[in-house]
Write a protein that binds this ligand. Structure first.
Ligand code: KG4
Ligand code: ZN
Length: 349
């Protein structure tokens, strides 16, 4: 199938054409980072309005880049959750309207499931995992560990009890007076700092459970800054980043051991972090696992990452036009309340 997928859950408006779920023909992204930067974070009202402004151009760019017209599309999909509701509506209604006009199926997709399976895209530049694999989503809103049995079938193993890893990066960056989004800035400055300069805590450093916590680490950084007014920004960045990376990798390897998988997949915006990539490759290899990362453009929010699940759900229910957006709300597919969620039963509501 040739599918047109839209992602508009937060501050990126994106449309992609993906063939058979794994081949990207185009992936147009309009980022709103400059709009939100002056506020130090995403302003929901502005995000919705900017999606409305950008959505048509992004769809047109995706079609042009792929050399296709709307007549060529076999199915439409859009992120339906989790995300900012005003932002989601723009993408969902655009995709649903096109599906209705062209009498083609529509499917609402789960953003987290997209991150988790983005690595299944085959562009020849990185290896694909073998099922089952261990997947960690580290983004601005989530830090979740999953046992990925197959597409549509996931077992939630652990998640953050407070802040997401990306949120901690962004908030620490704000404390340091760096611009939004802070993860990239901290990553760059940390390269010039000493990761051992400050002994920040490694929260939830236990193999007894697979949950995370980052709010205490954030407070530890704040306290350090208050008591050391002459702090070295580069050292704070490197030491904070090292603490996050240590915890992420330790928990992930612990989970991989418990599930006897071969491959560990890192996904979400924080998976762009250069220190995480380097340390994960090394430590996973030492522990006998393969650490896999999609390229950075598929780790931060984009529509193409939803290609594999778009194909999966569209081909499973090809005539189900009202494959409702609510099925993709986070609690349904990737369990907020459930520790185990089987996609095939729970997804299509
Ligand atoms: O997946 P994503 O694009 O959006 C969400 O679904 O949240 O992730 C955004 C998060 C932000 O918190 C951003 O600071 C973080 O990913 N991020 C990074 C890096 N690049 C993006 N964090 C650490 N190092 C990076 N290089
Ligand atoms: Zn995301």
């Amino acid at each position: 199938m040739l599918n047109l997928i839209i992602e508009s859950s937060c501050d990126e408006t994106s449309a992609a054409l993906v063939r058979d779920g794994t081949t990207i023909l185009s992936n147009a992204v309009a980022s709103q980072i400059p709009v939100h930067r002056r506020y130090g974070g995403v302003v929901p009202e502005l995000a919705s309005r900017n999606h409305i402004r950008d959505i048509h151009k992004v769809i047109q760019d995706a079609l042009n880049d792929a050399g296709c017209g709307l007549d060529d599309i076999d199915g439409f999909g859009a992120t339906a959750g989790p995300g900012l509701v005003g932002s989601l509506i723009v993408g969902i209604e655009s995709a649903r309207t096109l599906a209705m006009m062209y009498n083609k199926p529509f499917v609402g997709l789960n953003h987290l499931e997209g991150h988790l399976t983005a690595v299944l895209i085959e562009d020849g530049s990185f290896p694909q995992p073998t099922f089952p694999y261990l997947g960690i989503i580290v983004s601005g809103g989530h830090t979740d560990l999953y046992h990925v049995l197959e597409v549509g079938k996931y077992e939630l193993l652990g998640r953050t009890r407070d802040d997401a890893a990306g949120e901690a990066f962004d908030k620490v960056a704000k404390m340091l007076g760096l611009s939004y989004p802070g993860g990239v800035e901290i990553d760059a400055l940390a390269k010039k700092g000493n990761p051992k300069a400050i002994d920040f805590p490694r929260p939830m450093w236990t193999r007894k459970n697979l949950d995370f916590s980052f709010s205490g680490l954030k407070t530890a950084v704040l306290n350090y800054l208050k008591s050391n007014p002459d702090f070295c920004t580069e050292d704070v960045c490197a030491s904070f980043q090292e603490a996050v990376v240590d915890v992420l990798i330790m928990k992930t390897i612990t989970a991989a051991k418990s599930k006897h998988v071969d491959d560990i997949v890192f996904s979400g915006g924080v998976a762009c972090n250069s220190r995480l990539r380097e340390a994960a490759q090394q430590r996973c290899k030492e522990a006998g696992f393969r650490a896999l990362f999609a390229p950075v453009e598929l780790c931060t929010d984009n529509a193409a990452m939803l290609g594999p699940i778009g194909e999966y759900y569209l081909s499973k229910m090809p005539n189900y036009f009202e494959n409702t957006p609510t099925r993709a709300q986070s609690n349904m597919v990737l369990g907020v309340n459930q520790r185990t969620a089987s996609g095939s039963e729970n997804n299509h509501r």
